[in-house]
Ligand binder design. Structure first.
Ligand code: NDP
Length: 477
């Protein structure tokens, strides 16, 4: 049978674009459909704008520290419209880079939604049908709101980048990556941040000691973090709500509401402990769901899991042999570099003639809180379940912040197998921990032992030198 294309990719995010380009470079005739903006979550409404906001927000401490170091920086004021205007231009630029990359790879771009009609046919929103030998679904995910009355009043992460003004106060619901990152960012930009997390400690799944220190630092920076607390009800704040002081001592002021998405004036919120509060905005960072609906997948026999994820094997192939899926829509490890890896492995498997499974072991990652949390491998808790381990850990005040009079602490931790001496996990809480863990990740992925770390000479004076100078375990467990 003759097909229009060798490959049709649905979704123009990091994974889909990479798979399309690499497949085309190998010689495949490729098309890609995207109904929103090229670049997807990472570039348009995730990692990239988030990181630029991290940079913007970090200047507040920077200015304070500068004064402590003898600089006269005067009054420093942050202007959201200036920043967000630049941010939008930068995202436009990046989107056009993605388009050019696809065009120069001879990938046909269809700027519209695509659905599957059968195992080899997609139907575009304008009714055009295209056939392909292989179809790759790389449609990503979307933020989900919890089941709370009037939840539509709250923003989700996509909306944060579209705000026309910063709110004066915000409630962030959730305790994962997105909740904690935005809590630190918005706090740094001068917003009064309250965070509700339903569990006992934020950043579930990360090393206990590391998440404990991040929570402590967030608290110290002024984030009003409420653990064991969730939102049970919300509504537009009435006149009565906005004139009475909240029980957090923050008199809510009408007229400070965010404009753009999430707009609608101050919001009244009731918490699980019965307390009532008023915020200018509420942000739900309560998890993301795969974009697997309304693609026609079930009709053609592609299996969808309980959380909406497309079920694939280690080669990203679904039960329908011509259909593959990569990235967040498969809900394996929902990180951009993983989606990119999956896209490259797909191209190598299907067009490169080398079946290439994706290695999901020992993936380093970072939470861009302030300070950042970088992690690779097993947490102490996970490792202890598995075998006897030695824990090497140090927490100290870093030179730069200590000189500026700040009480910030950092943490460097290694989880080591007592039997094999291998470093099973490395956890860092520190400014730039994301940069550090990328490098420590190489050693851990290579199977480095504690003695390999010890043999490495320290780079002095740095924070990370502690990773190679910890002599005795703090505990054996
Ligand atoms: P996460 O799954 O990390 O966190 C969701 C949070 O919301 C958890 O704290 C969860 O609580 C809580 N939650 C879920 N449902 C409810 C509810 N009904 N009511 C109250 N709280 C609720 O999701 P995120 O949205 O933060 O991030 C999604 C994914 O995106 C991450 O897992 C990560 O893979 C990726 N990401 C990576 C980043 C990075 O690499 N720096 C940055 C941002 C996102 P509980 O713990 O109790 O389940």
């Amino acid at each position: 049978m003759e097909f229009d294309y060798d490959l049709f990719v649905i979704g123009g995010g990091s994974g889909g674009v990479r798979a399309a380009r690499v497949s085309a470079a190998i010689g495949a005739k490729v098309a890609l459909a995207e109904d929103s903006r090229l670049g997807g979550t990472c570039v348009i409404r995730g990692c990239v704008p988030k990181k630029l906001m991290v940079f913007a927000s970090s200047y507040r401490e920077g200015f304070n520290d500068a004064r402590a170091y003898g600089w006269d920086v005067g009054e420093a004021e942050f202007d959201w419209p200036t920043f967000s205007g630049k941010l939008r231009s930068e995202l436009d630029r990046l989107e056009s880079v993605y388009r050019r990359l696809l065009e120069s790879s001879n990938v046909d771009i269809h700027d519209q939604r695509a659905r599957l009609k059968d195992a080899h046919t997609v139907v575009l929103a304008d009714g055009t049908e295209k056939t392909a030998r292989h179809i790759l679904v790389a449609t990503g995910g979307h933020p989900q709101r919890p089941d709370v009355p009037n939840a539509h009043l709250g923003m989700v992460s996509d909306d944060v980048f579209l705000m026309e003004r910063l709110p004066k106060s915000i409630l962030i619901v959730g305790g994962g990556y997105i909740a904690c990152e935005f809590a630190c960012i918005l706090n740094g930009l001068g917003v009064e941040v309250t965070q509700f997390y339903r569990g006992a400690q934020i950043l579930r799944g990360f090393d206990d000691e590391a998440r404990g220190l991040v929570a402590e630092m967030m608290h110290e920076q002024g984030i009003d973090l409420h653990l064991g607390t969730n939102i049970v009800d919300m509504a537009p704040a009435s006149a009565e709500h906005v004139t009475a002081p909240t029980d957090m001592g923050m008199p809510p002021e009408a007229g400070h509401a965010v404009t753009g998405k999430g707009d609608g004036g101050p919001i009244w919120v009731k918490a699980t402990n019965g307390s009532e509060h008023v915020f200018d905005a509420v942000l739900f960072a309560t998890g993301r769901m795969p974009n697997s609906r309304d693609l026609g997948l079930e009709d053609i026999g592609v299996e969808i899991g309980r959380r909406g994820q497309i079920i694939v094997d280690e080669y990203s192939q679904t039960g329908v042999p011509s259909i593959f899926a990569i990235g967040d829509v498969t809900n394996r490890v929902n990180l951009t570099p993983v989606a990119i890896r999956e896209g490259m492995a797909f191209a190598e498997t299907v067009f490169g003639g080398t079946p290439t499974p994706v290695d999901h072991e020992l993936i380093p990652s970072a939470v861009f809180t302030q300070p950042e949390l970088g992690t690779v491998g097993l947490t102490e808790e996970e490792a202890r379940e598995q075998e006897e381990v030695e824990i090497y850990c140090t927490s100290f005040r870093p030179m730069r912040q200590a000189f500026a009079g700040r009480s910030d602490r950092v943490l460097m931790k290694l989880v080591v197998s007592k039997e094999t001496r291998r470093v099973l996990g490395c956890h860092i809480v520190a400014p730039e921990a994301g940069e550090m863990i990328q490098l420590a990740g190489i050693a851990v992925k290579m199977g480095a032992t504690k003695e390999d770390f010890d043999r490495t000479v320290a780079v002095h004076p740095t924070m990370a030198e502690e990773l190679v100078t910890m002599k005795a375990p703090v505990r054996v467990a």
